[in-house]
Write a protein that binds this ligand. Structure first.
Ligand code: HSE
Length: 369
C-alpha cells in the first residue's frame, strides 16, 4: 500500500515517526513524505529503503491522490484546506488524521482501538474511510477507565483536568520554560536562598506576570506559577470547547446508545507533556473495590492500577512518571462520602503518545489486516 505522511516534522509528527520507526511499521508500506514548505527536498528518513527520497507537495491533490492512505499530523487548518478537495477529486483512500477538524463529522470514526476496535471494524466494513484520532484528554480517560465503560457500569462522570503545555503545541512548551526563566532570572539573580523573604519574592513574581516584556504570546497569560482555567474556544454556553469534547467525543468513540454524560472543568497547568484528570464516577451500582481494580486492570495492556497510598501515588500518578510512556496509570481509587456508588479516581498519561500519535500508527495496521 502507498502511504503518504504529512506533518512528520511537527511535534506530534516527530512522536509518530519515532514510534513507527521503533515498531518497524513502515516496512509494510511504500511511503511518501509530504511537505507544505519544501517540496522537492529530501526527507531525513534515509533508513527507509521503500520510501520515495523526495518530498512531495502536501497541497498537490494529484500527488495525494496517488496514496492509498494519507496520515496527517499537520493540524486542522491543513485538513480544512485539503481534505474536501481531495475527496471531491474522487480520492477513495483512507484519511488518518490527528486533528479535530473533521473528527465529529458523520462519516468520521474516532480511533482508539483498545477501546473501540469493534466500532472501527464496523466502520471499515461499511466502507468508511475517515479515521480521526480523538482529543488527548478523552482518549487517555477512556484508556484508563475502559474496563468500567466496557462493563457498562458508569452512569455519569465528572472530569477535572490538569492539562500540560504540550496540548497547545511546541511553542507553548517553550513559552512555559521562558516564563520560568523570566522569573528566576529576576528574583534569583543574587542567589537561590530566598525563603526568609519569600513573601516579598512571591509579590515580585506575581508582579512580573504583568510586565510588558513577559513572554505570553502563546498562552496569553502566565502559566508558570499560575494556572489557566480555560482550554480551547468559548462555546458561549458556559462551557469551553475542550469540556464539550468529553461527552461528545467520548460517546462517539464508544458508540453509546444511551448517552453517558461526562462533564467538568478543563485546566491548563505547568506540566510539560502529560495530561492528568481527577474523576468522580457515578457507578450504576455499588461494586466492591477489588472488583473495580480488576475490571480496570484487565481491560488493556497499558492501564496501570496504582495502589491508593501516598508513596505509590506520588511516584506513579504523575506527569514525571508517565512522560514518554505508553502506560496509563490510574489511581486514587476509593469510594466517596456521597455513597458506595461514587468512585474517586485520578489518571495521567502522555498526551503525545496515546493522546495523539499512537492511535494513528495502530490504525495503519488495522487497515492492513
Ligand atoms: N486540546 C488539547 C489541549 C490537545 O489543548 O490540551 C489536543 O488534543
Amino acid at each position: 500500500m502507498k502511504l503518504g505522511i504529512v506533518g512528520w516534522r511537527g511535534m506530534v509528527g516527530q512522536v509518530l515517526m519515532a514510534r513507527m520507526l521503533e515498531e518497524g511499521d513502515l516496512n509494510h508500506f511504500d511511503t511518501t513524505f509530504f511537505s507544505t514548505s519544501n517540496a522537492g527536498g529530501e526527507h531525513p528518513f534515509k533508513q527507509l529503503n521503500k520510501a520515495d527520497p523526495k518530498l512531495k507537495d502536501a497541497h498537490n491533490i494529484d500527488e495525494l491522490k496517488k496514496m492509498d492512505i494519507v496520515v496527517t499530523c499537520q493540524g486542522g487548518d491543513y485538513t480544512k484546506k485539503v481534505f474536501k478537495d481531495l475527496r471531491n477529486a474522487g480520492w477513495k483512500g483512507y484519511w488518518v488524521d490527528a486533528a479535530s477538524a473533521i473528527r465529529m463529522d458523520r462519516d468520521s470514526t474516532i480511533i482508539l482501538d483498545p477501546v473501540n476496535l469493534h466500532v472501527i471494524k464496523k466502520a471499515l466494513k461499511e466502507g468508511k474511510k475517515d479515521f480521526i484520532g480523538g482529543n488527548c484528554t478523552v482518549s487517555l480517560m477512556l484508556l484508563a477507565l475502559g474496563g468500567l465503560f466496557k462493563a457498562n457500569q458508569i452512569e455519569w462522570m465528572t472530569s477535572m483536568t490538569y492539562q500540560a503545555a504540550s496540548g497547545g503545541g511546541a511553542r507553548h512548551m517553550n513559552e512555559l520554560l521562558s516564563q520560568m526563566k523570566y522569573y528566576t532570572d529576576r528574583v534569583m539573580d543574587k542567589g537561590t536562598n530566598l525563603s526568609e523573604r519569600i513573601l516579598e519574592v512571591e509579590k515580585n513574581v506575581t508582579g512580573l506576570m504583568s510586565d510588558a516584556a513577559f513572554p505570553k504570546e502563546n498562552f496569553g497569560v502566565a502559566l508558570a506559577a499560575n494556572l489557566i482555567p480555560w482550554i480551547d474556544s468559548d462555546l458561549e454556553n458556559g462551557q469551553s470547547r475542550e469540556e464539550w469534547k468529553a461527552s461528545a467525543e467520548g460517546n462517539k468513540i464508544l458508540e453509546t446508545t444511551n448517552m453517558i454524560p461526562i462533564d467538568g472543568t478543563c485546566v491548563r497547568v505547568g506540566s510539560m507533556r502529560c495530561h492528568a484528570q481527577a474523576l468522580t464516577i457515578k457507578l450504576k451500582k455499588d461494586i466492591p473495590m477489588d472488583e473495580i481494580e480488576m475490571i480496570l486492570a484487565e481491560h488493556n495492556p497499558w492501564v496501570k492500577v496504582v495502589a491508593n497510598n501516598k508513596t505509590d501515588s506520588i511516584k506513579y500518578l504523575t506527569p514525571q512518571y508517565a512522560s514518554g510512556k505508553l502506560e496509563v496509570p490510574v489511581g486514587r481509587l476509593r469510594k466517596m462520602y456521597m455513597g458506595n456508588d461514587y468512585l474517586n479516581a485520578f489518571t495521567v498519561g502522555d498526551q503525545l503518545l496515546w493522546g495523539a500519535a499512537e492511535p494513528l500508527r495502530r490504525m495503519l495496521h488495522i487497515i492492513l489486516e
